[in-house]
Design a binder for this molecule. Structure first.
Ligand SMILES: Nc1ncnc2c1ncn2[C@@H]1O[C@H](COP(=O)(O)OP(=O)(O)OP(=O)(O)O)[C@@H](O)[C@H]1O
Ligand SMILES: [Mg+2]
Length: 305
């Protein structure tokens, strides 16, 4: 099986990105895959607490300062086959990580000895987060059924698309685009509907149309609904997927749901560890189902909910 990078984001804080990243990692390690879990939440890293290990505070910093290899920043987690790169660096300013450094980080990450690398992106829609998301093989977004969480996810996808479009615009065929429209869209204060803007880009010529279609086609989102308390909320995943298709023409797959479970709360204060949570009867089959769908690129349908 080819080495894969999974990136987990979602915009809003507290939806369960870290919990799901850690559960996916534990699941993959249980399948005898070599796993590296990356705490990409450079400002507010907390993954190490799920494993009851302390973060190595200087190591990633040292990597960026060229004082150490990335492989030397790996921390043992106590779960066999699963290592962690922790982003907890109190003296570290994530905004100071330049684009080139980020690419270097990815290049080195891909060279590490692993079958799967899972990155917990943390909250927000900073450039770091959007770029890391776009570089991943599996782009995963987590939402709860809360309306603010869904709105944040929707906004996250929009920012991902805008980021992607910015890349495309370096192609000279887009040189003649109306600068006022462009500025308003890129600054997120559109004066035209986003879908009309995409059509406008495509309408600029055959090549332009291909660039936009191919570029947007590379954005393949896997949606996970978390903290489900009532069964009917699980269907939100299907609605969200349909909305992304209709409004942004983005292909999304609904990968599955994880129910709300009190035991998961205990992870945060350290009174439960990830492996014991993973073994819970209501949790393990769900993670198996969601991970399987993400790996295979398959989709949940109504009958499975
Ligand atoms: N399925 C669930 N059932 C119950 N509690 C959950 C569930 N998923 C996550 N939680 C709880 O919700 C809180 C937030 O989870 P988590 O830290 O994974 O979110 P996050 O998206 O990583 O947040 P942040 O954006 O702040 O990094 C934690 O207290 C966690 O225990
Ligand atoms: Mg988190």
């Amino acid at each position: 099986m080819k080495k894969e990078i999974w990136a987990i984001g979602g915009g809003k804080g507290g939806t369960g990105k870290s919990v799901l990243s850690a559960l996916f990692a534990t699941h993959a390690a249980g399948k005898k895959r070599k796993v590296i879990l990356v705490d990409g939440d450079l400002g507010g890293a907390n993954l190490h607490t799920f494993f009851n290990v302390s973060p190595d505070q200087s190591s990633l910093n040292e990597f960026f300062e060229k004082k150490t290899d990335l492989k030397d920043t790996l921390i043992d987690t106590g779960v066999s086959g699963l290592k962690l790169i922790s982003g907890d660096m109190r003296s570290f300013n994530p905004l100071s990580v330049k684009y080139i450094q980020r690419l270097k980080f990815y290049r080195h990450l891909k060279q590490l000895n692993a079958d799967i690398i899972i990155i917990d992106l943390g909250a927000g829609t900073g450039l770091n987060t959007l770029d890391s998301f776009l570089l991943a093989d599996k782009m995963i977004l987590v939402s709860t059924p809360e309306i603010t969480s869904i709105e944040n996810l929707y906004l996250f996808v929009k920012k991902v698309i805008v980021r992607k479009i910015k890349d495309m615009l370096s192609y000279e065929g887009f040189r003649d685009i109306d600068k006022t429209i462009l500025k308003s869209v890129l600054s997120n204060q559109e004066t035209i509907k986003f879908s009309d803007f995409i059509e406008l880009l495509k309408g600029m010529g055959k090549e332009q149309e291909k660039i936009v279609t191919d570029g947007l086609g590379e954005i393949q989102i896997n949606l996970v609904m978390n903290q489900i308390r009532e069964k009917e909320f699980s269907k939100y995943g299907i609605s969200l997927k349909n909305i992304l298709k209709r409004h942004y023409n983005i292909n999304a797959l609904f990968s599955g749901c994880l129910d709300y479970n009190d035991k998961i709360r205990e992870l945060v204060n350290g009174s439960a560890d990830i492996n014991s949570v993973f073994q819970i009867d209501e949790i393990r089959p769900s993670i198996d189902f969601i991970s399987g769908n993400i790996s295979k690129g398959s989709d949940v349908n109504f009958n499975e909910l």
